[in-house]
Design a protein around this ligand. Structure first.
Ligand code: PGA
Length: 260
């Protein structure tokens, strides 16, 4: 299976010209190393840059390894929901993936487990792959129950076939680079969390390894191989480093060298 690298651009960059500049740089750097088919990149820009990012990727060497994602979607498909963007609108712009339940949406925008569950269903009914973020705020005594609860809240009630369409990103909130005192988790400790996530998914679906599970939180060129090269992780969700063009190009080169 291909390793997946999700580029979560968050509220960056500030213009579509800067977005194109990042992509142009990546296009020229991926020509310097053999692009293997061992990985895929999913660019998740802010909504307004999606058409430009999609057309730029489509007409560049990035095309063979890239897909387009969004950072959120509405739980509803239409109606009186000011400010929202629906799954079917995203699909029409060539979007194939969507991040759901990022911790910044959970904690800064107050999204609940119920809302996230509804957004996962909205993604699936619009043929988008939801990239569902799960992660504890602190590694305190009950962190594993917390992860189990978040996972059940997101996925309970979905069928095995629906779960097989999802991607899960384990992102401990304390490891996200924009948080004060952030530091990356270690593969060994993140594996503990991934095993909890996989056990909940197994209980709901009755199957082992029903969907890919990624790691996210301060991923950089100095640790990407430790996570993405580890057999328990199917890829990485990269935030801050994904809009630093030199750094992200380095990350892609390192991932392309990982032996599957
Ligand atoms: P980070 O962000 O890579 O900057 O830690 C990851 C995320 O929040 O998705």
């Amino acid at each position: 299976m291909k390793k997946l690298i999700i580029a979560n651009w968050k509220l960056n960059p500030q213009s579509s010209a800067e977005a194109v500049d990042i992509l142009d740089f990546l296009s020229s750097s991926i020509q310097d190393f053999a692009v293997k088919d061992n990985f895929a990149v999913i660019f998740c820009p802010p909504y307004v840059f999606i058409p430009k990012v999609a057309s730029t990727v489509e007409s560049s060497p990035l095309r063979s390894i890239s897909h387009i994602g969004a950072q959120d979607l509405a739980a509803q498909d239409s109606g009186a929901f000011t400010g929202e963007v629906s799954g079917s609108m995203l699909t029409r712009f060539g979007v194939q993936y969507v991040i759901v339940g990022h911790s910044e949406r959970r904690y800064k925008m107050g999204e609940t487990d119920e809302a996230i569950h509804e957004k996962i269903k909205a993604a699936l009914r619009n043929e988008l792959v939801p990239i569902v973020c799960i992660g504890e705020a602190d590694r305190d005594g009950n962190w594993n129950d917390f992860i189990r609860g978040q996972c059940e809240g997101a996925f309970m009630g979905l069928t095995g076939a629906e779960l097989a369409q999802c991607i899960v990103a384990y992102e401990p909130v304390w490891a996200i680079s924009s948080n004060p005192n952030a530091k990356p988790d270690t593969p060994d400790s993140a594996v503990e969390a991934v095993r909890i996530i996989r056990s909940v998914l197994r209980r709901i679906s009755g199957e082992d390894n029903i969907c890919p599970v990624l790691y996210g939180g301060s991923v950089s060129s100095s640790n990407v191989v430790d996570f993405v090269g580890h057999p328990e992780f199917d890829g990485a969700l990269v935030g801050g480093a994904s809009v630093k063009k030199e750094e992200f190009a380095k990350i892609l080169r390192l991932v392309s060298e990982i032996k599957s």
